[in-house]
Write a protein that binds this ligand. Structure first.
Ligand code: GLY
Ligand code: MN
Ligand code: MN
Length: 488
């Protein structure tokens, strides 16, 4: 359905005004609370330098093709600070209280897209400034007010923001779309095109495109109880997906279909999105680290399949990988590689606690893998340079799958992945019997006061547990569909 041009829009806008106010909005209620977002704005303000202002823009709407856009996803920092999930918005947080022309004090201000019954009928509900005040408890104005908003950015010692991406589209009919908000900000703040080197050279003025990332990483890397509740849900959902797939796995399924089983489980639990494009690679496809085609029509009994999928639940994403044999039994070579990856992962998990560094975890896992590869004769010696384990061990998860956070010592309430892997593509310089074996085991752990909690324990990890679970029946064993007919 295409949206009609403006002819009858005024008329029906009038008829619709009030429609959305009257409609019930049955939606999940376990989102982050407005108190959480307020607390996070206060935490940011406490870290901000004197006489500074932080400026956050909503993510742009990104066009997919013609009149279809990609599903909208809010900028995680803006979401963290406000809970707002709509585009076309700018948030200003001030270190010191400001006073407006009427003498009223304020230390934050949020410009959001205004309500529009016709647009809302086609494209979904909007909160508008009143809804934002009411539901998110932030002082908000319609985006159009930003142009009139009397602010002299030159009076601040620092104007902190993220440098701009070049894919923000202008809607010439909307003077308060994101493009216009950014343009107005650039004019107000004196951000000129000759500052093209912003972010790479010292600033001549008060514009600062670096500090905000540091401050937000310090905040977002340590999770609060409300965030942990959502992360636990996202991780649990993702592990249930892995368990159901372990039961349903058999030769002849397609990679796409296997992806679909995981994602069906995600949706069944009310998870809105995948936190990143799902990776489902059988055999040699597992050697492509971010393999997202997932298009092999029939997985084969001689292969293993590597499945890296994370449900995103109310903004927070899990990141869980399991690698299983398609016929339900690990061959001796598969088991040798799997057990080596497991040993590296287990060692790194068990040593996780506050004070231990990311670097120490990584070095431990890498040294176990190198030693094991040498013992198996896949590399000549432990010190040989190789590409069989080409990625890092750990990253934060949260609103982003590779979430903001610091990467020195572990701290209580960080949530990180532990994900060693070994990938031996066909044609590698080792015995052919190893070719096409790719194993990653990825779990999500919470760093506690004196250790860790394994959040993703619902999905088994040892070869014995996996083989046992794969023998269990699946409801999908009975699920058949009519044949898809065509020329080929
Ligand atoms: N799923 C991407 C990663 O594991 O980092
Ligand atoms: Mn990961
Ligand atoms: Mn992953």
């Amino acid at each position: 359905m295409k949206q009609p041009i403006k002819t009858f829009s005024i008329l029906i806008a009038f008829l619709l005004s009030g429609f959305f106010v009257a409609q019930g909005q049955e939606a999940p209620t376990d989102f982050l609370s407005s108190a959480f977002h307020k607390n996070r704005r206060e935490a940011l303000r406490a870290k901000m330098p004197d006489n500074s202002v932080a400026v956050f823009f909503a993510n742009p709407v990104r066009n997919r093709a013609n009149d279809v856009d990609f599903i909208y996803h809010q900028d995680p920092d803006l979401y963290y600070l406000t809970g707002y999930r709509e585009p076309h918005a700018v948030l200003l947080i001030f270190k010191q209280q400001q006073t407006n022309q009427s003498g009223e004090a304020y230390d934050e201000i949020f410009f959001v897209q205004e309500r529009n019954p016709l647009q809302e009928m086609w494209n979904g509900r909007r909160l508008g400034n009143e809804g934002v005040k009411d539901k998110l408890q932030i002082s908000a104005y319609n985006g159009k007010e930003f142009a009139k908003f009397d602010i002299d950015f030159s009076t601040f010692d620092k104007v902190m923001f993220y440098d701009f991406q070049n894919d923000v589209r202008d809607n010439p009919n909307d003077p308060a779309d994101l493009f216009s908000l950014i343009t107005q900000f650039k004019t107000k703040a004196g951000y000129h095109t000759n500052t093209a080197n912003l972010g790479t050279e010292p600033q001549k003025n008060n514009l600062d495109v670096r500090t905000l990332n540091t401050l937000m990483s310090e905040l977002r890397g340590i999770k609060t109880p409300e965030e942990l509740d959502l992360i636990r849900k996202a991780v649990f959902i993702s592990t249930v997906g892995q368990v159901e797939v372990m039961k349903a796995m058999r030769p002849g399924l397609s990679e796409t279909e296997i992806q679909g089983i995981h994602e069906f489980v995600f949706k069944k639990y009310g998870s809105e999105y995948e936190g990143y494009p799902s990776i489902v690679g059988a055999g040699n496809n597992g050697c492509i680290l971010h393999y997202i085609e997932n298009h092999k029509p029939e997985v084969e009994s001689k292969e293993m399949i590597l499945m890296d999928l994370g449900a995103e639940y109310h903004g927070y994403t899990a990141d869980v990988t399991r690698t299983i044999p398609i016929d339900g039994e690990f061959s001796p070579e598969e088991k040798a590689i799997y057990d080596l990856v497991y040993k590296a992962q287990e060692e790194a998990i068990q040593m996780s606690k506050p004070g231990v560094t990311f670097g120490q975890l990584s070095a431990t896992a890498r040294s176990i893998i190198n030693k094991g590869l040498a013992e198996l004769g896949i590399i000549a010696s432990e010190s040989e340079q190789h590409l069989y384990y080409p990625h890092g061990l750990s990253h934060h998860i949260g609103l982003d799958v590779h979430d903001k956070g610091t990467y020195g010592p572990l701290e209580e309430n960080m949530v990180i992945t532990v994900e060693p892997g070994i990938y031996i593509p066909e044609g590698s310089k080792c015995d052919k019997k190893w070719w096409g074996i790719a194993v990653r085991i990825e779990d999500d752990i919470l760093i506690t006061k004196d250790g860790f909690e394994l959040l993703s324990s619902f999905a088994p990890r040892t070869t014995e547990e996996i083989e046992k679970l794969m023998k269990e029946p699946s409801p999908l064993d009975q699920f058949t569909l009519p044949e898809l007919k065509g020329n080929k």
